[in-house]
Structure formats: C-alpha cells, structure tokens
Design a protein around this ligand. Structure first.
Ligand SMILES: Cc1ncc(COP(=O)(O)O)c(C=O)c1O
Length: 367
C-alpha cells in the first residue's frame, strides 16, 4: 500500500520522491521524511510482538521488501533507580545487541525496495553492527567505517556479518569523512543523515506507549551522541500525539558525558546551534560525538518538548554500569549514561512522574 511520502530539506524547501536513492539534498542539506503514519490500535492484539506490528506507520511500500529478524517489542521493565521506579526499555536485547536494529530494519528494507546492491556507513560500532547484520540478511554488500578506537567485540561482530570493515586512523569524525567520500559512489546507510533510520527508531516510542496502555510517559531520559535515538523518539511521540493516541508529549531529556557534551553546552547557553567545544576521552564511546550534524534539530526537539540536556561525569557512568550489573543487567558504558542521567534528572523532578529510559547497548559489546 503506497504512502504519499516526500523527502524534504527544511532549510531550502527542496523536495524529492522517495523512489530516488538519496540521503541528502542536491545542496548537501539534511533531509526529513514527510510521511503520514496510520495506526489502528484495535487491530494490534493479534499481531506478532515485533516492531512491524506498526506496519502502516512504517515507510516501506511492499511487504516483500521487509528485512527482519522479528525484532522489537522489547520488554519495558520497572527497575529501581535512584530510589524511584523507572520503566526501562530493554533494547540491549535486540539481535545485534543495540537499539540501532530498529533503524537498520527500516533503512535496509528501504534500500532493498530501492534495488540497492551496496551501501556504505560509518559508526562508533553499534550502528555498524546493525547495518552489517541487516545487509547480510538482505544480500546487500556493505562497507563499514569505524574509528581505530572501536571496541574489539564490535569489530569482530561487524566482520562476523561479512561486512568490509575499514578502521580509520583518527577520530570518529575522520571515520565519518571517509564514509562521506565513499558515499559519493554508493548509497549512504547513515544513521545520522538517512531519515529512514529515524523512522525505524521511532518504534521505540510506539512500543513504550503501547506497553504503558497507550499513555505517554511524563519524561523520557536518553543518551545522545548523533541523536538517532533522541530524534527517532521525538518523531514517534509526535506522530502518536498527532494521531490522538496519546494525550500529551513527554519531556525529552538528553544525556551526554561531561567529557563530550556539545549539546549540553549549547542548551546551557540557550543557543539554537552548536558552537565548537573542547572534548575529552569518555568510556561512553557510542556518544563521543563532538559535532552532531543534526544538533540544531536535537536542540529544537528539546525545546519543543520542554526537555533538558544533562551532563554526567565519567565516574558516575562507570558506577551506574556496575550497579546495573549487580541488578542483573549487563549493559555497555554508553547505555549506563542513561541511568546516570536518570539519577541526575530525578534530583529536581516531581516524585510522581512516570519516567522511562532505555538500555541502549549490551555489555558484551564493551569488551
Ligand atoms: C549503546 C549506545 N547508546 C546510545 C547511542 C546514542 O545514539 P546516537 O548517537 O544516535 O545519539 C549509541 C550510538 O552509537 C550507542 O551505541
């Protein structure tokens, strides 16, 4: 059932057919997908517990193009954090061990729909694992660019899926630059540029609201690097609100490591744009992003949802990771940023708020 989609560049007003294999505008601008989701919640009861239960809210035209491992509908468990009950989405339990599978499922399904045979992508590791796995299932070749510092477990996983792995000397930005150059020739399956990725990640919001009985949380605390989770959640909650399925938008709370906190700095300066910041080392490798390209959009989503950006210290992240392990949850350091963020957020928050966060990556990744 075809949807009336368009790829739009909000800066210039350029618009393109979704049948074109493009990931940026002619002038290099960031694209958004204009798309009208549909969801009849009375028909959900008998659907499989995967993210594809929201089929008419996902921008893939034909079912035969869907590339899936029956992923999604991860548990939403109440866990005690900082003396409060917090609902935690168990997205470390995805097939490749991180929430990035949400985005990869939809993006690689779209790539198949477009007839694409080869993609390139850059990543701190987890998005690379997800794209590599879904490409393997789709029979699409892929080249993944990662910084030299990426965890050995993630490198082994990307290789295991048969992707061509390129370790780039230098920073995460150097890996992005190498992928951008390769993207002159091949489709860029980027979790930062490509809007189909965000339209997969948005299912986290759909699942949370369904699991809460079609109620919105009061606040959602999320780790932020390039913002694919944050923006995906924003799109998802916005669509549900616009369809009248939830009564309000939650406040979206972004968390970064103090060592690499460009969005926190901009938020504290009440700036609409990022300025360059000095960044240091962090154990949260998944969010060590000094200049997120969708920074302006992330800051706008924070403002629109009456949210916040918070910074947490390295030792607090490590402590949160250890504490979660002692409760039986083995998560990677980047995922523990959300737990540290909940602790920081709840210091000033109303005790009765319905609070949600996400375990974004599995602990086995960090070795
Ligand atoms: C485990 C984990 N959590 C959170 C994030 C943050 O995602 P994003 O960079 O899209 O904000 C990442 C990104 O790689 C990650 O690997």
């Amino acid at each position: 059932m075809p949807h009336q989609n368009r790829l739009l560049c909000p800066e210039t007003g350029e618009s393109y057919s979704p049948d074109e294999p493009r990931w940026c505008s002619d002038s290099g601008g960031l694209l958004q997908l204009s798309f009208k989701p549909e969801l009849d919640i009375s028909r959900l009861a008998h659907r499989k517990e995967t993210l594809w239960r929201y089929r008419n809210a996902l921008p893939i035209d034909r079912d035969e193009n869907i590339i899936s491992f029956d992923e999604g509908f991860t548990p939403l468990l109440p866990i005690s954090i900082a003396g409060r009950t917090v609902y935690v989405k168990q997205d470390h339990l995805f097939p490749t061990g991180s929430f990035k599978d949400r985005g990869a499922a939809v993006l690689i399904s779209k790539a198949k729909e477009l007839g694409i045979k080869r993609v390139v992508q850059d990543s701190s590791g987890n998005a690379g694992c997800a794209i590599a796995a879904y490409c393997a299932r789709a029979g699409i070749s892929c080249d993944i660019y990662v910084p030299q510092s990426t965890s050995p477990a993630k490198l082994a996983q990307i290789r295991g899926y048969g992707a061509a792995l390129h370790r780039v000397l230098g920073s995460r930005q150097d890996a992005a630059d190498a992928a951008l150059e390769a993207a002159q020739k091949h489709y860029y399956a980027s979790h930062c540029y490509n809007p189909y990725f965000h339209h997969g990640v948005k299912t986290v919001a759909y699942e949370i609201c369904e699991q809460l009985g079609w109620r919105a949380p009061d606040a959602v605390v999320l780790p932020v690097g390039n913002g694919s989770l944050f923006l995906g959640a924003f799109i998802g909650f916005t669509e549900l609100y616009q369809m009248g399925l939830i009564e309000k938008m939650p406040n979206l709370i972004g968390v970064q490591s103090r060592a690499c906190a460009p969005l926190v700095t901009a938020f504290e300066q009440r700036s609409k744009d990022l300025s360059s910041v000095v960044v240091g080392e962090t154990i949260a490798e998944g969010i060590a992003i000094s200049a997120p390209i969708r920074g302006r959009e992330i800051l706008q989503a924070v403002r629109e949802t009456n949210g916040k950006m918070l910074a947490v210290e390295e030792e607090v992240i490590r402590k949160a990771q250890i504490e979660m392990g002692r409760c039986g949850f083995y998560i990677e350091a980047t995922a523990a940023v959300a737990v540290a963020g909940v602790e920081a957020y709840t210091r000033d928050a109303n005790r009765h708020e319905r609070l949600v966060t996400v375990f974004t990556g599995h602990g086995l990744k960090g070795t």
